[in-house]
Design a protein around this ligand. Structure first.
Ligand code: ZN
Ligand code: ZN
Length: 239
C-alpha cells in the first residue's frame, strides 16, 4: 500500500518538535508525497503556539515545491464532555485533528467517559481526523463510537508513531482497525512526525493494516484520487 499524503506533522512551533515547515515539505517531496498537513499542537500542551500562529497560517502557500500543504492544527479533547479546544480564528484552517493528550485531559478517563467524549467529537463539524485514539489508558467503546465517526465523515487515524511513543498502543490500534474494517469506516495513515526525517514514515501503521487484510479502498490517503475527493467534500482547501 502506498500512502500519498502525511496529514499529521509537527514543526518547531510545537517546541518539542525540531524541524521547520520547509524542512518537512522537502522531506515530503523527497518521498514523493502529494500532500502534507502542518498540524502543530494547540492549547495547553506545553510550548504550544497561540492563536496568532494559527491565524497567520493564511500566509502559507497551498503548494510549495509541488507538495500540497494543508494548514492545520492538532487540537485537544479536554474531557468527557468531548469539548475540543479549537480557538476562534479569523482564518479557517484546512485540517483539524482532535486528539486526547493526558496533559490536557480533565477528570477520570474510564471507558464511559472516553466513549462520551468521542461521541461528542464525532458530532463536531470542525474536526476532520480522530487522532491516535488507541492511546492506552483512554480506551472507549469502539463498537459504539466508530460507526458514528463514519456517519459524520470523521477519519480514524492509524498513527505510525503510536507504536514507538505510546507504549502499549498496538493492541488498541488493531482493535480499532478491525472495527473500521467491520463497519467500513475510512481511516487515514499518518506519521505524527516531530522531525522532518519522519515525515512519510508510515511503516508500523501500514504493516498493521496489511496484517489484518484491511481494504485499501478505505484508506483515504492511499490514492491521490481518494484523498482529493475527501478534501474537496469536507474542507475548504480547494475553495
Ligand atoms: Zn497527539
Ligand atoms: Zn501529533
Amino acid at each position: 500500500m502506498k500512502i500519498i499524503a502525511d496529514t499529521h506533522c509537527h514543526t518547531v512551533a510545537s517546541v518539542h518538535a525540531y524541524s521547520t515547515i520547509l524542512e518537512n515539505i522537502k522531506s515530503a517531496k523527497s518521498k514523493s508525497l502529494w500532500a502534507i498537513a502542518i498540524t502543530d499542537h494547540n492549547g495547553n500542551v506545553p510550548g504550544a503556539p497561540g492563536s496568532w500562529y494559527f491565524d497567520n497560517l493564511k500566509i502559507l502557500p497551498k503548494e510549495i515545491e509541488g507538495v500540497k500543504i494543508l494548514r492545520g492544527m492538532e487540537a485537544n479533547v479536554l474531557g468527557s464532555s468531548g469539548h475540543v479546544d479549537v480557538p476562534e480564528l479569523k482564518f479557517e484552517l484546512d485540517w483539524i485533528i482532535a486528539s486526547i493528550h493526558e496533559v490536557t485531559w480533565n477528570g477520570s478517563h474510564g471507558i464511559e467517559e472516553c466513549t462520551n467524549a468521542w461521541l461528542a467529537v464525532a458530532e463536531n463539524p470542525l474536526i476532520n481526523v480522530v487522532g491516535h485514539s488507541g492511546v492506552p489508558g483512554f480506551e472507549y467503546d469502539f463498537e459504539k463510537v466508530i460507526p458514528v465517526f463514519k456517519k459524520n465523515s470523521k477519519l480514524v487515524e492509524i498513527n505510525a508513531s503510536s507504536f514507538e511513543v505510546r507504549f502499549g498502543s498496538r493492541v488498541n490500534c488493531e482493535k480499532i482497525a478491525e472495527c473500521c474494517k467491520k463497519y467500513r469506516v475510512p481511516v487515514i495513515v499518518n506519521s505524527d512526525s516531530h522531525i522532518c526525517e519522519h515525515v512519510g514514515r508510515f511503516d508500523g501503521a501500514v504493516e498493521l493494516l496489511e496484517s489484518i487484510g484491511f481494504p485499501e479502498d478505505l484508506v483515504v490517503n492511499s490514492s491521490i484520487e481518494r484523498f482529493e475527493d475527501y478534501i474537496r467534500k469536507n474542507t475548504t482547501f480547494f475553495d
